[in-house]
Ligand binder design. Structure first.
Ligand SMILES: O=C(O)CCC(=O)C(=O)O
Length: 274
């Protein structure tokens, strides 16, 4: 093991019950996944990169709902070697593969999501709306870089909603917040809206409906996410503008119908290689 960096590689022992819970609920929140040493080492480097790479300079009160929700900086792994090291950590990637029940996982992309002080709600949505991917074996690791009490706007999930199809056609918007919120209530999907401890990480499927409350505090809610997909994932015809954007950004060198084995989407963890 490389001793010059905190441990981001050793296996986290997921129990069969936790794996079953993830597949039934569409998400799982797990405590003590990352140590304070890991957060203290990588968190400030990720935050500095968000400051450096952020292109949103419009005052928050003049932005639309999407842009009030968070500053979004994508694929920091391609710009900073230390962030790449973090994104290539074997612990989270192996957990992603085991939760999904696949042999291995590729990077789809990373994104930092910083909800500024006064930042608004993240409207209800399901991520896979944006992704031109052939199957549902996608998972986001949502990694808070501080303890995240309610006033910072932790991620919240509709339990079991990954199997519910109505509303999947809605991108993040005022409309999605209203329509999906209403339908989650009508169909009795319980809302899990609870704080995150330091070191706690959640994993959710690409089709799980989720949202986040506003940041009513005077400090930013710093979050890094890593989106993993089945190593055998294929590119599908994008069809929508949002998916065309993703294809151009993450799969420009992949043929429609082909395995997502392009330059931007390498395998991070594979059981066969371990
Ligand atoms: O961090 C947020 O507010 C939203 C995160 C989210 O939608 C995601 O990671 O899929």
């Amino acid at each position: 093991m490389n001793t010059s960096r905190p441990d981001i590689d050793s296996p986290f022992a997921l129990t069969p019950a936790q794996i079953a819970q993830f597949r039934a609920d569409g998400y799982i929140k797990l405590k003590h996944v990352l140590s304070p040493d890991v957060i203290n080492h990588y968190g400030p480097i990720i935050s500095a990169e968000v400051q450096r790479l952020n292109t949103m300079h419009v005052p928050i009160e003049q932005r639309d709902t999407y842009n009030k929700a968070f500053l979004q900086v994508i694929n920091i792994w391609t710009k900073n070697e230390t962030v790449k090291e973090f994104c290539w950590g074997q612990r989270l990637a192996r957990m992603a593969a085991e939760l999904l029940g696949v042999r291995g996982v590729r990077m789809y992309h990373d994104q930092a999501l910083y909800k500024e002080p006064g930042g608004g709600v993240t409207p209800w949505h399901a991520d896979q709306y944006y992704w031109p991917l052939s199957n549902a074996n996608t998972v986001t690791a949502w990694i808070p870089l501080q303890a995240t009490p309610m006033e910072l706007g932790p991620l919240a999930f509709a339990k079991g909603s990954h199997k519910f199809e109505a509303g999947r056609e809605l991108g993040i918007s005022d409309e999605s917040e209203k329509a999906i919120g209403r339908s989650m209530k009508e169909h009795n999907y319980p809302l899990d809206d609870t704080p995150f401890d330091l070191g706690e990480v959640s994993f959710h499927y690409g089709w799980t409906f989720h949202r986040a409350g506003p940041n009513t505090s005077d400090r930013p809610r710093a979050v890094m996410t890593i989106i993993y997909m089945d190593e055998d994932m294929r590119l599908i015809e994008p069809h929508t503008k949002a998916r065309e954007g993703d294809r151009a950004a993450f799969a420009a060198d992949v043929e429609v119908g082909g395995i997502m084995n392009g330059r931007m989407t390498p395998v991070i963890y594979s059981r066969d290689a371990a």
